[in-house]
Design a binder for this molecule. Structure first.
Ligand SMILES: [Zn+2]
Length: 375
């Protein structure tokens, strides 16, 4: 009897916490309007950018010492942070100009000609109707962690390189794509027979989507022990197989960077593109880390290094497939174009990609063919 009372007591005490936990796990996408037209894409995109501007300004007001404390980076590279901020402001203002006229007066009225300062003066919390408030609070929290993530990468660059800034025009991040054009990319495969790579490609085929697969030479060699070249060609089908180097190691201070690139290039060319063996395939350095010498090598060979601007973080145990999809949806609305990064070795993209695809189905979003030649 005593035990029963104790259990009932515990349930009574814990109930509020259980319901709170449920709320946090509620559908991650809290945008309250339909997403079924190009106009609705632009309304959501505009609101997403306005929240981003608010959060960006909070970070912009910090001194370098405060940036250092917030990002836990000891020697903040001030020039890199300033450069990233300047570029980011320019990108957002360009994206504001890409909004359709019919979207400008909806929810929050703005003009295409508004300056950064004018856009900063909108007090969203007061202007947004009540049904947008949950979305607003969640979005603000999201950008607080996202902007910190971005500034941290800039603060480290080029001591630790990443996708955040580039040495050369031959390095592609995706910000210069045509408005509403997106490219899917998947890293670190292939997995073993009938593993996550095979499952993902089946999903892509269902939706008639293609992606760039940045494979590791080491994994490709392993897969070749159980799968013939012909079966591999069939497996990847219309997708594009490109290089992520031989092993998953930073190529910034890696003395064997050239043999990692050349060896993997030959391996991929031999299986998938035997007709252009001399061509240096697009490369994505593990963690986006590389040095100037490596970049020069791609410059001289007229090839490209491909990064991303829409990072799913699908490797994180903190994000389930739905949260991964929601993160990508928000960043697609914010940046309006670019390269989505997933990892085919994890299972999440098999669910996240269809969620994103379906969400934007009737909004004029263009999924690029993976065989595209990037400029
Ligand atoms: Zn990788």
């Amino acid at each position: 009897m005593k035990e029963k009372v104790y259990i009932l007591f515990c349930l009574f005490i814990l109930t509020p916490f259980i319901s709170f936990a449920k709320k946090v796990d509620a559908p991650a996408n809290s945008w309250p309007l339909e997403m079924n037209s190009s106009k609705n894409f632009d309304i959501a995109s505009k609101c997403e950018m306005l929240v981003f501007i608010e959060v960006f300004n909070q970070f912009d007001a910090l001194s370098m010492a405060e940036v250092s404390t917030r990002t836990k980076v000891k020697n903040v590279k001030e020039n890199s942070v300033s450069f990233w901020k300047k570029k980011t402001k320019k990108r957002i203002l360009t994206n504001i100009k890409s909004l359709s006229n019919e979207s400008l007066q909806e929810v929050v009225a703005i003009q295409k000609s508004n300056s950064w300062e004018e856009l900063s003066k909108i007090h969203l919390q007061h202007v947004l109707p009540s049904k947008f408030q949950t979305w607003y609070q969640q979005t603000k929290l999201f950008y607080q962690s996202y902007v910190k993530e971005q500034i941290r990468l800039a603060a480290l660059y080029p001591r630790i390189t990443s996708e955040i800034l580039q040495f050369s025009k031959s390095e592609i991040q995706g910000h210069n794509f045509t408005d509403k054009h997106f490219l899917l990319t998947f890293d670190d495969g292939p997995t073993k027979v009938n593993g996550n790579t095979d499952k993902l490609i089946k999903v892509l085929n269902t939706y008639d989507l293609t992606g760039m697969f940045f494979v590791l030479g080491h994994n490709l060699k392993k897969r070749l022990q159980s799968t013939s070249k012909e079966a591999l060609i069939n497996l990847y089908g219309n997708n594009t197989v490109l290089s992520h180097g031989d092993i998953h190691k930073s190529h910034q201070k890696y003395t064997a960077w050239k043999s990692s690139i050349d060896g993997t290039n030959t391996l991929i060319q031999d299986i998938f593109y035997p007709e252009n063996k001399n061509e240096l395939l697009y490369f994505r350095p593990p963690y986006g880390q590389r040095n100037k010498q490596l970049v020069n090598y791609f410059d001289t060979k007229n090839s490209k290094i491909i990064y991303w601007n829409i990072d799913s973080r699908d490797w994180s145990s903190k994000l389930n497939a739905e949260k991964v999809a929601n993160r990508q949806i928000k960043l697609m609305l914010l940046w309006r174009k670019g390269i989505l990064l997933f990892h085919d070795i994890h299972s999440k993209s098999q669910q996240s990609v269809p969620m994103i695809y379906k969400y934007f189905k009737n909004t004029g979003v263009k999924w690029m063919d993976s065989n595209v030649v990037l400029e």
